[in-house]
Design a protein around this ligand. Structure first.
Ligand SMILES: Cc1ncc(COP(=O)(O)O)c(C=O)c1O
Length: 436
């Protein structure tokens, strides 16, 4: 699958230019070329969604409506599920958290991304700890569910953004439903790597982000059961969310409109739909096989480097997507990541991955994460392995400032693109434009 920037050449601090090896797909993935082309094609017709009779408005509204149906198909939503466009997964879970019936208990495992931990903390939340195995996860969940009398929601990731490990979603759904609890699936990582089917898995809600499925245009998704969403306060009170407003009263819409107040990010939604359709059309068997091959190469290579430790909860035999977090003994991960970028043209993420409790569990404040996407090839993996081995052996070859989470090359002579003057031209506004 071709990506915008798939052949990107980037400067190194030494003055050379190399092909960018993007191993940071788990954070944000580049756009598919087909997605950018679909957006370009829609742009001339861009107009007000739901609010205009002009042709551009008609086309934009149809594109937005169709995007919703494509996403419905992609996640395998039931006919009566609501499919909402949000900004991202974080937004989706904040929306759902505000829609829980009063008295709902939310159950989450400790290793979740903060987006699937913090929104629930506004209400009653039970922390299920870090299970030693998938079976242990089910045992812990069952004993917690036994204690809960009222409505409950179990919110769990499909694949961990730290370890890549795939969670036993269907078993969690079956167990939760036996105790009358609903299930929300954080598919932020899973959706780019595996097919999602919430009807088949009997999952009640699913959330994911466009920017992780090769559509970085600002839209995400929350899909699932309509009843709680239709009964909840609108997420964004304003135009579009209402049926009728009088001086003293308001009748709110139901369905997607209820929570999508204001002008929607129609291009983002359309891009997201174009991306998920492209993934479906490419074929998941091929995508998964390609990724598994590269993942194996990455893990085997990391294992062969002295001092490397990779992080996983359930051992190497467990199913995982192409996400690997690791550390090199004695090396600051932020320095390693900075050197990979500055000296080798390799993009990785470092830090605690918005999963602090999980990193605490691993006893590592921070790590480096390499993540595979549809544009990754064996050369990218080999370059990473070669560079990590070299840095582990010889140390970094440039000077850097900062410590902890933020290490930067110093000096950093790499030329930046001007981006039409926005990155390099004078700032507009500023002090002189400040008029009182
Ligand atoms: C597993 C998981 N859940 C949720 C999120 C939050 O996604 P977003 O930042 O797009 O809201 C991420 C992002 O990294 C993630 O990896």
């Amino acid at each position: 699958m071709k990506l915008v920037g798939g052949d990107l050449e980037v400067p190194l601090v030494t003055g050379e230019w190399v092909r960018y090896a993007n191993l940071d797909n788990a954070a944000s993935a580049p756009a598919l070329e087909s997605v950018a082309a679909a957006v370009d094609e829609l742009l001339p017709y861009y107009g007000s969604v739901h609010r205009g009779a002009g042709f551009a408005s008609v086309v934009s509204t149809e594109a937005y409506t169709r995007a919703r149906e494509i996403v419905r198909g992609f996640v395998g939503a039931r006919e009566d599920d609501v499919v909402l466009f949000t900004r991202n997964t974080t937004d989706a879970f904040n929306l759902l958290a505000g829609a829980l019936p009063v008295g709902t208990t939310v159950l989450t495992f400790t290793g979740e991304h903060h987006a699937n931990l913090l929104p629930w903390r506004r209400g009653d939340v039970r922390d299920l700890g870090i299970p030693a195995s998938p079976e242990d996860a089910l045992r812990t969940l069952e004993s917690a569910l036994r204690d809960i009398g009222g409505p409950a929601l179990v919110s769990v990731t499909g694949a961990s953004n730290v370890t890549g490990e795939v969670w036993p979603i269907e078993a969690i759904s079956a167990l939760s439903h036996r105790y009358g609890a609903r299930v929300a699936l954080d598919a932020a990582q899973l959706a780019a790597h595996r097919p999602v089917d919430i009807a088949e898995w009997d999952v009640d809600y699913v959330a994911f982000s466009g920017h992780k499925v090769y559509a970085p245009y600002g839209a995400g998704v929350l899909a699932g059961r309509a009843d709680w969403l239709d009964a909840a306060e609108p997420y964004l009170a304003g135009g579009g969310a209402t049926r009728r407003v009088t001086a003293g009263d308001v009748e709110w819409n139901t369905g997607p409109a209820r929570h999508e107040g204001g002008t929607p990010a129609a291009l983002g939604a359309f891009a997201l739909a174009a991306a998920v359709r492209a993934l479906d059309e490419e074929g998941w068997d091929e995508l998964v096989a390609h990724e598994e091959e590269l993942l194996e190469r990455l893990l085997t290579g990391l294992d062969a480097i002295d001092g490397v430790r990779t992080y996983e909860l359930w051992g190497r035999g467990h199913d995982r997507v192409g996400v690997v977090s690791f550390n090199v003994a004695g090396l600051n991960p932020a320095l390693l990541a900075a050197a990979l970028g500055a000296e080798h043209g390799i993009g990785v993420r470092d830090g605690a991955f918005c999963a602090h409790p999980l990193m605490d569990h691993f006893g590592a404040l921070r790590a480096v994460r390499a993540s595979i996407g549809v544009g990754t090839n064996a050369d990218d993996i080999d370059r990473l392995l070669g560079a990590v081995a070299q840095i582990a052996r010889d140390g970094v070859a440039w000077t850097y400032t900062g410590s902890d989470g933020s290490v930067l090359p110093d000096p950093d002579p790499r030329p930046r693109p001007s981006l039409g003057g926005l990155l390099s031209g004078p700032l507009v506004g500023g002090r002189s434009a400040c008029r009182g």
